[in-house]
Design a protein around this ligand. Structure first.
Ligand SMILES: [Zn+2]
Ligand SMILES: [Zn+2]
Length: 215
């Protein structure tokens, strides 16, 4: 459970692009047995000529979490939820670009739907994951975070000499901070960032690889 007691929903998908126009962002009330809440739908464009997925993440993050006119639950969105949402956007965007079926296309419209869930059971402390296999439809519902075991965190492999990539937890470059750590799944983050993350959640933010838990 996050600090505010709210549960959040987010979903990243591809939208229909008409010309080069990015649609207006909007809010949406959903009343469905499985999904209830008021959600914000934000859009961003990615161009294969300049495939900067992190920029897409930064744009959407700004729209979702840093607009004073829209604070979904009346409280700031917890950092953990923001990071998970950010990674979801990044994963989705990169899978669109990688997909061979999209090889002839130059521009993609990314839509994120985000907001606090209402009408849910407060006692639910378990982590619910509903992930479909297709890249088109990724859905995550975050309920609770379980930290990784101390020893597993200490055993994370140190890596150095990374030049190009960015750390998705802080969106910072590896060049600015020498210390990086690699998870068993192969994903690399700043040492400080991944330790802080694993002390809250044992899942890899990018692929959901599960680290061992304390018993
Ligand atoms: Zn970092
Ligand atoms: Zn991973």
């Amino acid at each position: 459970m996050d600090d505010s007691g709210f549960r959040y929903f987010y979903q990243t998908r591809e939208g229909e692009l008409e010309g080069d126009q990015i649609p207006e962002d909007y809010e949406l009330e959903v009343v469905d047995p499985d999904l209830q809440g008021r959600f914000r739908c934000c859009h961003a464009l990615i161009d294969r000529e300049q495939p900067d997925s992190l920029q897409v993440v930064a744009i959407l993050e700004q729209k979702l979490f840093h607009q004073r006119c829209y604070i979904p639950s009346g409280q700031p969105v917890p950092e953990l939820v923001q990071i998970n949402c950010r990674c979801d956007i990044l994963n989705f965007t990169e899978s669109l670009l990688r997909d061979e079926r999209n090889a002839n296309r130059s521009k993609f419209l990314i839509i994120v739907m985000f907001g606090p869930l209402t009408g849910c059971d407060d006692d639910a402390e378990i982590e619910i994951e509903e992930e479909t296999e297709t890249a088109e439809d990724t859905m995550d519902v975050e309920v609770g975070f379980v930290p990784a075991s101390k020893s597993a965190i200490e055993d994370l492999e140190n890596v150095s000499g990374l030049g190009c990539n960015d750390c998705v937890i802080c969106l910072g470059n590896f060049a600015t901070e020498k210390e990086a750590k690699r998870m068993p799944c192969g994903h690399v983050f700043h040492g400080g960032c991944i330790v802080r993350w694993q002390e809250k959640s044992h899942l890899c933010t990018l692929c959901r690889y599960a680290m061992p838990l304390d018993r």
